[in-house]
Design a binder for this molecule. Structure first.
Ligand code: GDP
Ligand code: IMO
Ligand code: MG
Length: 428
């Protein structure tokens, strides 16, 4: 197989970035196909920490990166990120980064709307406040601006007028400052100058690379339980996060035939609001957060933490047609005397094998747990499955058996080499 999709199977922050970093070793091209700078990936390479939001993680391995049409692009966020990594010694050029020429833009007015909309909801979603949701609304409303519009001065002015015709009254009604046309136009022109050199026909280039046998890696952002259709709605992001999005989101339909590696944390975390039946409250949840360093990469928000939810994982394995799993952060459970795994839910006295869609039902879901013995020793130096304590191997076997998907990789530390992994990501 010459194509692989890496996708989150829980609520995000599973460690997709570090798994993409591993798989990039064997890839020629690494493609982001969804999300925006609501994503945040931390990679630790040779003791140095890198924080990426929009840039494909494969760039750290010296691979060519592409940002596909399915990504929501905040031009300023990308320029800032390019400067940040450049200061760390990673120089991004139009040879190493291709930006889909028709990618949709996230603008400052979207950020303002994101925050305003949150304040109007009964229970806020707890968005990252990056403007991703409102930008996607403009995309389906056919008002959005695209990168290629910046190359056509007349088109740009006409599209901008159309956009502001919608946003000016909206801002007034919500008590937000009116968007200023002249300032926005000047900003857009400057972004065009800086970013148009990166614009490329990403789908066409992927097709050409695929034809000559290049290994292509697709890097998912967010995770399946945040999918706008199949996640824990309405506490989800604004777009699709399923691996099936790799095809439309990259502009290369054959991505649909890629194998899919689902990334799963050895426990669970969630940022923002929404149901989380296996959440650990109080001191136990706090201890897990501290041990796992569970704070948002971008926003610094503390992540909610809990036990792994196998019932939910079985759901996402089906949704994403996962071929294999990568289990991350096993080391974070090293000090637990016992480990619980959620195998279903009790709602109003009835047992459920999967989480039903009703909002009240989801909020009322009590976890049904199975308890396994912990291992209470250090796994951080394990590099082969045989190095792991027997209880840790049993834990992994239980996950495999319940979810029905084989575990191909286990990570036991944030460093690049803290991994139990097979040779060759594309042979999975
Ligand atoms: P992503 O959004 O899925 O790429 O994940 P994040 O980068 O937001 O969050 C994962 C965090 O866990 C990062 O800080 C990683 O450095 C860290 N991490 C990844 N794998 C491991 C692991 O196996 N053990 C430990 N202790 N930390 C890890
Ligand atoms: P990575 O790629 C974790 C969550 C937000 C919020 C919901 C909607 O690092 O795994 P949005 O700003 O997208 O409208 O917020 O989705 N969210 C994430 N949570 N990791 C992410 O990305 C996330 N991207 C969005 O916290 O609950
Ligand atoms: Mg993250």
């Amino acid at each position: 197989m010459s194509q692989l999709i890496v996708v989150g199977a829980q609520w995000g922050d599973e460690g997709k970035g570090r798994i993409v970093d591993w798989a990039s070793e064997d890839a020629e091209l690494v493609v982001r196909y969804n999300g925006g700078h609501n994503a945040g990936h931390t990679l630790v390479v040779d003791g140095r920490t890198w924080k990426l939001a929009l840039l494909p993680c494969g760039l750290l391995h010296g691979r060519t990166g592409a940002i596909g049409k399915g990504v929501s692009l905040d031009p300023q966020a990308l320029l800032d990120e390019i400067s940040r990594v450049s200061a760390q010694g990673l120089h991004i050029t139009p040879d190493t980064l291709w930006l889909a020429e028709d990618i949709n833009l996230v603008l400052p007015l979207h950020r303002a709307l994101d925050v305003a909309q949150e304040s109007l909801r009964g229970t806020p979603v707890g968005t990252t406040g990056r403007g991703i949701g409102p930008a996607l609304e403009d995309r389906s409303g056919r008002r959005a601006l695209r990168l290629c519009d910046l190359a056509e001065p007349d088109t740009l002015e006409e599209r901008l007028d159309g956009l502001l015709a919608w946003h000016a009254p909206l801002a007034r009604a919500l008590g937000l400052p009116a968007p200023e046309r002249a300032a926005l136009l000047a900003q857009l022109q400057a972004w065009g100058e800086a970013l148009l050199p990166f614009a490329a026909p990403v789908g066409e280039r992927l097709a050409a690379a695929h034809t000559r046998g290049a290994h292509i890696l697709y890097e998912g952002a967010q995770a399946m339980m945040l999918d706008t259709d199949h996640g824990t709605w309405p506490y989800v992001t604004g777009a699709s996060t399923l691996p099936a999005q790799a095809a439309p989101g990259s502009g290369f339909g054959a991505a649909a035939r890629a194998r899919v590696l689902g990334v799963v944390k050895a426990y669970s975390s969630r940022v923002g609001n929404g149901p989380f039946p296996s959440e650990m409250h109080g001191a136990a949840g706090d201890a897990l957060r501290e041990r796992g360093g569970e704070y948002g990469v971008n926003t610094g928000r503390p992540r909610r933490c809990g036990w792994i939810d196998l019932a939910l994982l079985r759901q996402t394995a089906r949704l994403g047609a996962l071929d294999a799993l990568a289990v991350t952060k096993l080391d974070v459970l090293d000090d637990q005397p016992e480990i619980s795994v959620c195998t279903g839910y009790r709602i109003g006295g009835r047992l459920h094998e999967s989480l039903p869609p009703g909002i009240a039902a989801q909020a009322a879901a009590e976890p049904v747990y199975e308890t396994l013995p912990g291992w209470q020793c250090d796994t951080g130096r394990s590099r082969r499955l045989e190095d792991l304590p027997m209880q840790a191997r049993k834990y992994l076997e239980r996950i495999e058996a319940f979810v029905g998907v084989p575990i191909a990789l286990v990570s036991v530390g944030a460093e690049r080499e803290a991994l139990i992994a097979p040779q060759g990501a594309f042979d999975l």
